[in-house]
Design a protein around this ligand. Structure first.
Ligand code: SF4
Length: 284
């Protein structure tokens, strides 16, 4: 079992809890996706049935031709949705991963936000599920990059609120006092020789991505920022890790260092980069 399979396996065992906080598995997203499929089949049937009666009068073969066209469309849509569901559930690359990620990011997510609202789900609930699904697709792509092509992107709120050191622009200005996880994250970036940056918002994050031109991003942020980051940077894969907010949003937030290190080990080419033992870097 390689590193990627181990991360996926652990994700399956822990029901998504390692990719995101408890309750944020990809299941709600999958549920909404299946409901969307049924709704689309219903609409297609209706669209076929309504003109069916009238079309017969134009030409006797027209209803059959239209039925075949709708059948192909429905089979195509359902086939795509089922492939996506199996890719997410099994974590295996089913040839269409990158495209599947594109469909999820560009079309399904906005659609499922609306549908989720109808079913009483909060936006953050759908976003957490979307991030978990995105991570599954990114992991199952099993893409490995060189360290210089991997970027760790962090939110500014991880920095201890009283710290006066300016870490945006250059995170290595951190004095490593240990009052926040920035110290450990800088150490991790040095250990794995990857780029690391802090962004104060979406605009700066986009600029950092344009300047560093990564092939893989490990992003730490809240539901909203991670979701928009994943959408903005597509097709660059983003492995999303939700921050913890023990003091509320945007204030002295926290991150699971083990998740960051597992992400590094999963996406870096050099096998020596595997963590020595599970939980070895755990600080909480
Ligand atoms: S670890 Fe670095 S960023 Fe965090 S409080 Fe200390 S000096 Fe500031």
């Amino acid at each position: 079992m390689n590193q990627v399979e181990r991360v996926i396996d652990r994700t399956q065992k822990e029901n998504g809890g390692r990719l995101a906080p408890p309750g944020s598995s990809g299941k709600p997203f999958l549920g909404l996706l299946i409901i969307t499929c049924f709704a689309l089949v219903g609409i297609a049937l209706l669209l076929w049935w309504v003109p069916y009666v009238g079309l017969k009068n134009i030409h006797p073969s027209l209803p059959l031709i239209l039925a075949i066209c709708f059948g192909v469309l429905v089979a195509f849509g359902l086939g795509g949705a089922l492939t996506l569901v199996f890719t997410i559930l099994w974590g295996k690359n089913l040839f269409i991963n990158r495209k599947a990620r594109g469909v999820v990011i560009r079309f399904l997510f906005p659609l499922l936000v609306v549908l989720g609202k109808l079913f009483g789900m909060s936006k953050d609930e759908v976003r957490r599920s979307f991030i978990a699904v995105n991570n599954r697709l990114v992991l199952s792509e099993a893409k490995k990059v060189r360290p210089e092509k991997l970027l760790i992107l962090l939110p500014h709120c991880l920095q201890f609120h009283e710290c006066v050191v300016r870490i945006t622009g250059n995170i290595e200005n951190c004095k490593a006092c240990g009052k926040c996880k920035i110290k450990d994250l800088v150490a991790l970036s040095k250990k794995y020789q990857v780029s690391i940056s802090v962004a104060t918002g979406g605009t700066l994050a986009r600029r950092i991505v344009v300047e560093t031109r990564p092939e893989m991003i490990i992003g730490v942020a809240c539901e909203r920022d991670l979701t928009s980051g994943i959408q903005d940077t597509y097709p660059i894969p983003v492995y999303g890790i939700l921050n913890r907010r023990p003091f509320g949003p945007c204030f002295d937030t926290d991150v699971d260092l083990q998740l960051v290190e597992e992400g590094l080990a999963a996406f870096l080419k050099n096998e020596d980069h595997e963590p020595k033992s599970p939980g070895a870097s755990r600080h909480q």
